[in-house]
Ligand binder design. Structure first.
Ligand SMILES: Cc1cn([C@H]2C[C@H](O)[C@@H](COP(=O)(O)OP(=O)(O)OP(=O)(O)O)O2)c(=O)[nH]c1=O
Length: 195
């Protein structure tokens, strides 16, 4: 799609997936990565937690770049009350995936927008992901590919993680890391971009 804008956008993200997705709006933007300590955020409510992290990332970049529209995001995997972060090693990835198999979990992505005059908006999009009852051998073979790293919950639905997934309810791109349709709708509503 071709949206238009007079604003100057910054995507506050190191994620190659978010960069590729945001490119689909065809508005010019640059990437500046936030340097924040996500562990400084504490909140027992997963949706509140992920929103605070997205706001932290966007605020960090916005304060160093006044006059820009800054977008930050964060994705978490929530199983029951537990948050499954990026696995630090193969054992942790295997543990996460065994916890997720044969069951449903939620993927939440929060997006925070700070506009060129400092207004802040944030939302959380939730997608249910159903995992197949896969054997240990498949989980181990998947983790051995290395695809699990740098991804919340230890899988990528857009890559070989697809072999673990039965189906989803909700926005697919939200699982990949950026709920593009809802983000775009909000940017149009707030007149930061035009159709
Ligand atoms: C569940 C799932 C997550 N992910 C990714 C999306 C996010 O990039 C990552 C979660 O980590 P995040 O901390 O949300 O993001 P990031 O560290 O990759 O990038 P930045 O903070 O600079 O924006 O997991 C997938 O790519 N596919 C999936 O199926």
């Amino acid at each position: 799609m071709n949206f238009t804008t007079e604003k100057s956008f910054i995507l506050a993200s190191a994620s190659p997936r978010r960069k590729e997705l945001f490119k689909r709006l065809n508005v010019p933007f640059k990437i500046l990565v936030a340097t924040v300590e996500e562990t400084s955020i504490k909140d027992d409510n997963p949706a509140q937690y992920v929103k605070k992290v997205a706001l932290l990332k966007a605020t960090d970049v916005a304060k160093r770049n006044p006059g820009h529209v800054v977008i930050g995001a964060d994705t978490i995997v929530v199983k029951g009350q537990e948050l499954l972060h990026k696995p630090k090693d193969a054992n942790e990835a295997i543990k996460h995936l065994k916890q997720l198999r044969g069951n449903v979990h939620e993927v939440m992505t929060a997006v925070a927008i700070i506009d060129d005059v400092g207004n802040k908006i944030a939302f959380v999009e939730k997608t249910e992901v159903y995992f197949k009852q896969v054997p240990d051998t498949l989980i181990e073979a998947y983790v051995a590919t290395g695809d699990c790293y740098d991804k919340a919950g230890g899988y990528g639905i857009q890559t070989d993680g697809v072999f673990l997934v039965e189906g989803i309810k909700g926005d697919y791109l939200n699982v990949v890391g950026l709920p593009l349709a809802r983000l775009t709708e909000l940017l149009v509503e707030t007149k930061l971009i035009s159709i």
